[in-house]
Write a protein that binds this ligand. Structure first.
Ligand code: NAG
Ligand code: NAG
Ligand code: NAG
Ligand code: NAG
Ligand code: NAG
Ligand code: NAG
Ligand code: NAG
Ligand code: NAG
Length: 398
């Protein structure tokens, strides 16, 4: 038997001994110490970042624990259940916005990709799922449920929604990547019928953005920060980029737009700590659209100090590099733990940057959202709910 095989047995044994009583059903403890040395006879090298690290070969979905402190996040009885699915369409991609008063999540489909809406040439679809209906359905079974999501019929001025945050002064705040003659934009959407929309920004001093990807509000302010990678061009629906792939700040009261961070390959998700002093930007550099995947480029979350005077992002440092896929959407809980959608599900780090666990779905999950019912995971063709104890940080919009 190789060292690793012994390690696997030990890991399973540890799961039984050290935390079965307090751990959620099916949770697996992968003690990093048991995998530090695998030896020359190891046969499972992961030479592709498309394959996840699942040394116990556990059937997904499951909770994978790298540090016992993760159990404080999950609580003792968390489960991961599918709440909506459509195998033929990547309806649940990104831009999740939870509106607590309605107990509804709004989100967008993948604008393209393998299971996008008939290729990159079609608009993305914004939908909503009613979490009250989800709760009611889950209460009557121990298995998965399939709640019908409702399509929103937004104005034609809203196309290729890719990121979102809110509620922002009562509205949903989406960024669009642009489509045909419509430039990339920031748009406010009424979360109630008739779901009317108002575009609040669609250019930088007369220059088009490349393809806006994600947006957050700096806590305690009404100022918008958003990312602008080149994916619109890399995925064949925008012209060649004419600006660097950078991060912007927009003050809606003065109309001023400025750049707060640059030097990324493909800046993607964005998040702040609840105190607004620290910012995170995910870089999905490895994914290059028609240029293909390049594993030597970033799959990295960068962390910054938010400069108190300029609100520029200072003191860039690596917060985490992702072992599977790339970090896309990013959210924080009330304790400052960091969650990001990656190649095999959701990865979770504590504020100190230690990878403490994963919600392991064995499939790319671009985004997540905290709700009263737990953590909702957007896994392209399905949505999952993990009924964990951690709570999402509250948005404090001025
Ligand atoms: C690796 O396999 C070879 C051939 O079976 C064996 O001789 C060697 O002892 C193994 N090495 C380890 C570290 O298990
Ligand atoms: C990748 O790893 C697998 C085993 O995990 C091995 O069979 C394959 O030869 C490796 N490919 C390369 C290019 O190293
Ligand atoms: C994970 O998904 C891959 C395909 O993407 C599949 O080959 C593999 O068997 C899956 N692993 C598990 C444990 O289900
Ligand atoms: C998607 O776009 C293609 C190419 O423009 C078009 O032929 C097709 O009808 C569109 N499909 C839908 C569902 O809109
Ligand atoms: C969500 O579902 C509940 C239960 O059916 C219903 O009372 C409520 O009106 C729904 N909310 C929305 C926003 O549709
Ligand atoms: C959007 O339009 C479709 C088709 O007409 C309809 O079924 C659906 O209920 C509409 N969505 C909303 C939220 O009104
Ligand atoms: C929607 O329409 C109402 C009524 O005209 C208006 O007060 C509100 O500002 C609009 N919301 C958006 C996001 O356009
Ligand atoms: C991958 O990216 C590196 C760094 O930019 C570059 O040097 C290399 O040529 C790329 N490889 C491929 C196959 O594109």
């Amino acid at each position: 038997m190789t060292k690793l095989a012994a390690g696997v047995i030990l890991a399973v044994a540890l799961a039984g001994v050290s935390f079965t009583k307090a751990s959620p059903p099916g949770a697996v403890y992968v003690d990093p110490l048991l995998y530090n040395v695998v030896g020359a006879n190891y046969t499972k090298w992961r030479n592709s970042s498309a394959v996840g690290f699942n040394p116990t070969n556990t059937a997904p979905p499951f909770i994978q624990v790298f540090d016992p402190s993760f159990l404080k996040i999950t609580g003792p009885s968390a489960t991961i259940r599918s709440i909506a699915s459509n195998p033929g369409f990547a309806f649940a991609h990104e831009a999740p916005i939870y509106v607590p008063d309605l107990n509804v999540i709004f989100f967008s489909s993948n604008g393209g990709g393998a299971l996008g809406y008939s290729g990159w040439y079609n608009n993305s679809v914004v939908s909503m799922i009613n979490m009250t209906e989800v709760d009611m359905a889950l209460a009557s079974t121990t298995g998965d449920v399939n709640i019908q999501v409702q399509t929103l019929n937004l104005s034609d001025t809203v196309q290729m929604v890719n990121g979102g945050t809110g509620p922002y002064k009562g509205d949903l705040l989406f960024v669009t990547s642009g489509r045909a003659l419509l430039p990339p934009s920031i748009v406010r959407v009424n979360p109630n019928p008739p779901y009317n929309t108002t575009v609040v920004l669609d250019n930088f001093l007369g220059r088009q953005f490349n393809s806006l990807n994600d947006i957050k509000i700096l806590p305690g302010t009404d100022i918008m920060f958003f990312t602008d990678p080149a994916y619109g061009w890399l995925n064949g629906f925008r012209p060649e980029p004419m600006l660097p792939s950078q991060v912007y700040r927009f003050d809606p009261s003065t109309g001023q737009v400025r750049i707060v961070a640059d030097q990324f390959v493909h800046p993607n998700g964005i998040a702040f700590t609840p105190d607004g002093k620290t910012a995170f930007i995910t870089d999905t550099g490895i994914f290059g659209g028609f240029l293909g995947t390049n594993q030597t480029l970033p799959a990295t979350i960068y962390q910054f100090d938010v400069d108190p005077l300029t609100q520029s992002f200072a003191n860039r440092r690596v917060f985490a590099y992702i072992d599977s896929g790339a970090p896309d959407g990013i959210q924080l809980d009330t304790k400052g733990n960091v969650y990001s959608g990656c190649g095999e599900g959701i990865n979770v780090w504590n504020a100190g940057g230690t990878l403490i666990g994963k919600f392991y779905l064995n499939s790319t999950s671009a985004e997540l959202m905290f709700t009263k019912s737990g953590l909702v995971i957007l896994k392209e063709t399905a949505m999952y709910l993990a009924n964990i104890e951690a709570q999402g940080m509250t948005l404090s919009v001025l």
